[in-house]
Write a new protein. Structure first.
Length: 364
């Protein structure tokens, strides 16, 4: 007989379901993801650090878990909510079930609840604090605790590499600043021949300049960009000296470093089906996204930045470019994993940017 588990929200809402994964009780910010596939890449995305993921697709785990599709070695999400967790996955690449995988990483999950109702609540009220409770007698106390709960703001420090390391290539040299990177960023750069040095989030501009790279990549990552002061200061120090490309959190930090502002969204963008318009070409791209903060478009007007991409669903800023220096960024994930590959060309644009500026005074 399966053990019961309760999902409780700070507004007093209670969902009764069943346990899978770890037996431990947790609290975190609950969000939803609308992707139909790619749950392994999603659960291993460091941008979900401290969060409880609700999958809107009703069946999760049907093709199992394999060793190749992880985006980080140790997933850092708080918990998982699904309508049905598949117990018997079927795929030639399958090596473990979803339950076995979450158990091995001590991550709890709950299934058997109405995820459509939960998603509608999040869309209406915005992201909420939530908890997993195993004993029904403890629900009232858990709800009261959620009302005053304060979550950590050092998510980037939790997931960033502590020491630099190299993923070798034989062409352009790229420094990748790890704010909570997905491994597919490294893969995409390596596929293009880049020699990639992955460095901690608090690496200084001086340390980067000493390496004389051809370009800098600012990775995705979790949390509020305004909490990552080290990253903002670093970008100010390299701007105008080295070409760079920012993704997701890296995009937001680029905006802050140039004088724009960011804000917390009501429920964010999380999924693999978000339409984005390229303002230069008029082309619509379907993108993979995972972010709860965005750049304030009004604040961009007083900076040296221009908006290059916008979201079709809500008009939010999805891309920026410096008007006179070789630096650009996007809010979405051109490396995908999971998701469509429409914006994968942005890595080629970055290669072109580095090649055009190679050996110039920028790198002096």
């Amino acid at each position: 007989m399966r053990k019961q588990r309760f999902l409780v929200l700070e507004d007093g809402t209670i969902f009764k379901g069943y346990r899978f994964g770890s037996d431990k009780e947790i609290t975190g910010e609950i969000v939803f993801n609308t992707a139909m596939t790619g749950y392994q890449e999603t659960l291993s995305d460091p941008s979900y650090t401290g969060q409880i993921i609700t999958f809107t697709y009703p069946l999760i785990g049907n093709y199992g878990i394999n060793r190749d599709d992880f985006e980080t070695l140790t997933p850092t999400l708080k918990g998982m909510v699904v309508r049905e967790a598949c117990e018997l996955p079927s795929n030639f690449r399958n090596m473990a079930s979803l339950d076995e995988t979450l158990t091995s990483y001590d991550i709890p999950g709950i299934d058997g609840i109405d995820t459509r109702q939960l998603t509608r609540k999040i869309r209406e009220h915005g992201v909420l604090k939530a908890a997993f409770v195993n004993d029904e007698d403890n629900i009232a106390a858990a709800i009261e605790a959620l009302k005053t709960a304060i979550f950590p703001t050092d998510e980037v420090a939790q997931v960033s590499t502590k020491t630099a390391y190299v993923s070798t290539g034989n062409d352009l040299r790229v420094v990748l600043i790890d704010f909570g990177k997905k491994e597919n960023i490294v893969r995409e750069l390596n596929l293009r021949g880049c020699d990639v040095t992955v460095m901690p989030y608090n690496t200084t501009a001086e340390e980067i300049l000493r390496l004389r790279p051809d370009g800098v990549m600012l990775s995705n990552g979790p949390g509020n960009p305004q909490d990552v002061e080290a990253g903002i200061n670093m970008i100010k120090g390299i701007l105008g000296h080295i070409p760079f490309f920012g993704i997701c959190l890296g995009h937001q930090l680029f905006a802050l470093a140039c004088g724009a502002e960011t804000f917390k969204m009501k429920f964010g963008h999380r999924g693999a089906n978000h339409p984005v318009k390229n303002l230069a070409t008029g082309r619509i791209e379907i993108t993979s996204q995972n972010h709860g903060y965005a750049v304030d478009p009004a604040s961009v007007r007083n900076t040296a930045l221009e908006i290059t991409h916008t979201a079709l669903n809500d008009g939010t800023v999805e891309g920026l470019r410096h008007v006179s220096l070789p630096a650009f960024s996007v809010q979405y994930h051109p490396e995908a994993s999971p998701g469509p590959h429409d914006p994968n060309y942005l890595f080629d644009d970055f290669i072109t940017l580095m090649t055009e500026n190679k050996g110039s005074v920028l790198n002096a």
